[in-house]
Each structure stands twice: as C-alpha cells, then as structure tokens.
Write a protein that binds this ligand. Structure first.
Ligand code: SF4
Length: 263
C-alpha cells in the first residue's frame, strides 16, 4: 500500500526488512533475491538492492513460463544484470525439464564469458538466397550431435561456400555448403571437402581431432591446396548460377524506393 502496488522500491524495502531479522540474530551468511516475473521490474529492483546492500544476490525471473518465451524473458533480465556486474548466482525458472533450466544457465554464463567454455558454441548463418542447404536442419542436427560432447570449440554451419568461410573465419571449425558438398574450414582455412550427407559426421570427427591436437595440427594434416581449389571451383559455380545478387537486392531496393516515394 505504502508504495502504491508492487514496485522496485517496495521489493527492496521488503528485502531490507528480511535482512534486518537476520541481523538481529547476528546471522550474516545470507544471499538475497528479489525475483519478479516482470523483467523491467526485477531489473530495477536488483539495481536498487545492489546500490543498497553488499550481500550476494541471487538473480532470476520468476515463473518465466515455457520456452522459447520463458527463455527470452529470463535471459533478458539475468543477462542485463550480469553485464552490469550485479548478481552472484542465477536460476532459470522455466516451465520445462529442470535439465533445460540448468543447461540454459550454463549456456548463458558461457556466452557472457563468465564461465570457462566446456561445450560447443554452435554458430550458424541465418540463411539467405545463396544458401545451398537447409541451414536450420543441418544446424539442428549438428547441435544434437554435439549435445553431450564436452568440446569447448566454436563451430560454424554456413549455408554457402561463397561467403560462409569468410563470415565465420574466427570459428575454430566450420562447414559451408556448395555444389552438394560440404567445405570444411579451420580458422577460415579450407581443409577438406565431404559429400553433403556427411557434413555433420565430418564436423564431429574434425572437432574431436581439434580438441585433442589443436587447430594448427588440423590444418597441418589437411591438403589445404586441394581443399582451397575445390572451394574456389564451387564458389565460382555458385556465382555463375546465381550471379552476385542472389538475394535479388537490387530489385528489392527499387520496390522499397517506390513504397517510400523516393522514386
Ligand atoms: S551469404 Fe551464405 S553464409 Fe551468408 S547468410 Fe547467405 S547462405 Fe549464409
């Protein structure tokens, strides 16, 4: 009532009252949580609390709901605070298998660089008119294949050999599709070519090799000259077939200009 409803100030005042009870009995081994299911509210409450007390804070968006919306809500709140240096422990409260909650928490900490990476960081292009495979399908199959493997590597699944290896040159390992084949690359260097239906298996085999021996050894064992030649061939075939405007961008620009009345 005093605060006119559930506000960040009311939540912090309530937390301070609870802290006072512990102070009365000289018990200081406590951790404070002011979770809420409303993301802006919980972010504001934790910020106020962090400005007020020095106790460790336990972060969470309570009753976030089922994924994917629940995952987005929880990540929005928890990640915002962690990036500001607020928070000591976290909890994803999803309407899902608790294993999913723990996995999401671990992935968030790895993504923010707050935990040493133990699992694959799978990146994939969004796909476009140049894509020569179903990127979503291959990325999902790769995700499944790496799910239980403890490989702290960044691995890329890219839809075309025209731009894929360049766009993902920082990845430890990647694969890009072209002419019904998968072009494997390590740190942007082409290392091998495999049939399209062996792309995921090849990724797993190379990832395990890199994990054990490193990227330099992976490049050293490859016939890079041949792999680069094959990639160049498929790249130029793709450019011949689709031209350099595979996404039909020029026509779209004309349409947009017409729509906004600039033409
Ligand atoms: S250009 Fe190639 S790598 Fe980039 S988004 Fe399109 S398909 Fe993916």
């Amino acid at each position: 009532e005093k605060h006119g409803g559930l506000t960040a100030a009311a939540m912090v005042e309530s937390a301070l009252q609870e802290i006072a009870y512990f102070n009365e009995v000289n018990f200081g081994a406590i951790k404070i949580s002011v979770k809420a299911s409303n993301v802006p509210l919980m972010v504001e409450a934790y910020r106020m609390l962090a400005d007020t007390v020095n106790y460790p804070l336990h972060l969470g968006v309570t009753e976030a709901g089922p994924p994917p919306a629940g995952l987005v809500k929880a990540t929005a709140g928890i990640a915002t605070l962690l990036m500001e240096g607020i928070g000591d422990t976290i909890r994803y409260s999803l309407t899902a298998d608790p294993v999913e909650e723990a996995r999401a928490g671990r992935q968030l900490l790895e993504a923010l660089g707050l935990r040493e990476r133990k699992n694959v960081d799978l990146i994939a292009c969004p796909s476009c008119g140049r894509a020569e495979i179903d990127v979503i399908d291959v990325a999902n199959r790769a995700m499944k294949a790496f799910e239980d493997k403890k490989l702290p590597l960044q691995i890329a699944v890219m839809g075309c050999v025209v731009n894929g290896p360049g766009e993902a040159r920082e990845a430890d390992l990647g694969i890009a599709a072209g002419n019904k084949r998968g072009h494997l690359f390590v740190k942007g260097r082409n290392v091998a070519v495999v049939p399209e239906d062996e792309m995921v298996d090849a990724l797993v085999e190379w990832a395990e090799f890199i994990h054990e021996h490193g990227t330099d050894a992976a490049i050293a064992r490859a016939d890079t000259a041949r792999a680069e030649r094959e990639a160049a061939r498929d790249r130029s075939q793709a450019l011949d077939e689709k031209g350099d405007d595979a996404n039909n961008a020029s026509a779209k620009i004309v349409e947009i200009r017409k729509t906004v009345g600039n033409d």
